[in-house]
Design a protein around this ligand. Structure first.
Ligand code: NDP
Ligand code: MG
Length: 408
């Protein structure tokens, strides 16, 4: 049976990997909509190759640019081109399957629209659950949507959890004692701590095992990514933070584990390639080829494990703090982090200032419990404004090389 598929954020790292898997199974998936934000030429190329019914971009000018690029290449199928956040929500509600792979808070409304429409939601956008976990899980339950995690750790946990009678994702029951969330430790796991204030965006984005978008690469380098993932796991699997342990595993071969009350620990393994969780969620409960190389354990040689260092990685601690505070604190954490990471990538603050910005914003914005999506988005805006102010102050904290690189 063929399923229609919308890919929100098709021009990104996850979006491209999704299309790579889809191209291997043209009989199973019919691309309904593709969406991009800045990479219009790449979106045009994807449109030519996959002939979606619809394509969504950010602005009228982008829509015109995409139209021109497509007209120049005598497209067989007429593609409807629209722009803006509402159009993203429309295409999210229209297809059988929706890959939610827009980065950051910008991905929340369309991921929510897919959940509310009762679709199969393949959730890569972890920020949606961090910002609006309760509302998102409610929408999934109310609309009878099928939620499948794409984040490799959560996909691994899902694969290691007891099989539910419905086959759907369910809260962990009393058979499960603990979830072991693995983390690579990123590019700065062994760097002397005193050198971390001078690392550059290029160094932070050079992840040792995974090839990803720039925002999540920086999150991996600060380990904020693992903090966001702890919050994500709590919502997805209905578990409390005390039942989640983060373990550093530099080889990224074990993608996470589930421990049972009898002492059994089940792990999901594989080469670090996002096409595995993407293929798993696309085909679930069946299995399809993903193009991922078979795992050669002899070549890997050894699997190492260590405890995370919270002095080196204060962002992980801040995420735990926000999670325990509850209410709107995780949404504030997320917004502050997005602003701080953006500022670091633009050379405006040091790497080590990211945690400082997040901490100050968490201390200064009231974490009221959001009751609606609008509440979440309003809180996100307040936290962003505060974070921008904190960044402005922190700007004086630049390293000499960054000061030269910066344009002011
Ligand atoms: P990328 O930066 O590579 O891609 C992001 C996508 O979102 C692009 O298609 C981009 O468009 C689009 N986009 C960016 N801003 C907006 C906006 N304001 N409105 C609409 N679309 C926008 O990110 P990744 O693919 O790496 O990550 C996507 C999500 O998946 C993130 O939430 C990340 O945390 C999560 N994830 C990613 C993993 C990975 O391996 N990459 C692993 C696990 C989770 P354009 O490129 O055209 O500007
Ligand atoms: Mg992950």
């Amino acid at each position: 049976m063929t399923h229609t598929l919308t890919i929100l954020g098709s021009t990104g790292s996850i979006g491209q990997s999704t299309l790579d898997v889809v191209a291997r199974h043209p009989d199973r998936y019919l691309v309904h909509a593709l969406t991009g934000h800045t990479r219009i030429a790449e979106l045009a190329e994807q449109c030519r190759r996959f002939s979606p019914a619809r394509a969504i971009v950010a602005t009228t000018a982008d829509a015109q640019a995409l139209r021109r690029l497509l007209d120049a290449s005598a497209q067989e199928r007429a593609i409807q081109i629209d722009h803006g956040p509402e159009a993203l929500c429309e295409v999210a509600a229209e297809a059988d399957y929706v890959m939610a792979a827009i980065v950051g808070a910008a991905g929340l409304p369309s991921a929510m629209a897919a959940a509310r429409a009762g679709r199969r939601v393949l959730l890569a956008n972890k920020e949606a659950l961090v910002m609006a976990g309760a509302l998102f899980m409610d929408a999934v339950a109310t609309a009878g949507a099928t939620l499948l995690p794409i984040d490799s750790e959560h996909n691994a946990i899902f694969q290691c959890m007891p099989v539910s009678t419905s086959g759907a994702l369910e809260a962990a029951d009393q058979r499960v004692s603990r979830v072991l969330l693995t983390a690579s430790g990123g590019p700065f796991r062994t760097m002397p701590v005193e050198r971390m204030s001078d690392v550059t965006p290029a160094q932070a984005c050079a992840h040792p095992n995974w090839s990803m978008g720039r925002k999540i690469s920086v999150d991996s380098a600060t380990m904020m990514n693992k903090g966001l993932e702890v919050i994500e796991a709590c919502w997805l699997f209905g578990i409390t933070p005390d039942r989640i342990d983060v373990v550093i595993h530099p080889q990224s071969v074990i993608h996470s584990m589930v421990e049972y009350v009898d002492g059994s620990v089940l792990a999901q393994m594989g080469n670090p390639d996002m096409r595995t969780p993407i293929a798993h969620a696309l085909a679930y409960p069946e299995r399809i080829a993903s193009g991922v190389r078979p795992l050669d354990l002899a070549a890997v040689g050894r699997l190492d494990f260590e405890k995370p260092d919270l002095v080196r990685f204060p962002c992980l601690d801040l995420a735990y703090h926000a999670l325990r505070s509850g209410g709107g604190a995780p949404a504030i954490l997320n917004a502050a982090n997005e602003i701080a990471v953006g500022a670091f990538l633009e050379g405006r603050i040091r790497f080590t200032a990211i945690a400082q910005v997040v901490e100050q914003v968490l201390e200064n914005v009231a974490a009221e419990v959001p009751r609606s999506l609008d509440d979440v988005l309003a809180l996100d805006q307040v936290a962003r404004v505060r974070a921008i102010e904190v960044v402005r102050v922190a700007k004086g904290d630049r390293s000499p090389s960054q000061r030269i690189a910066a344009s002011f």
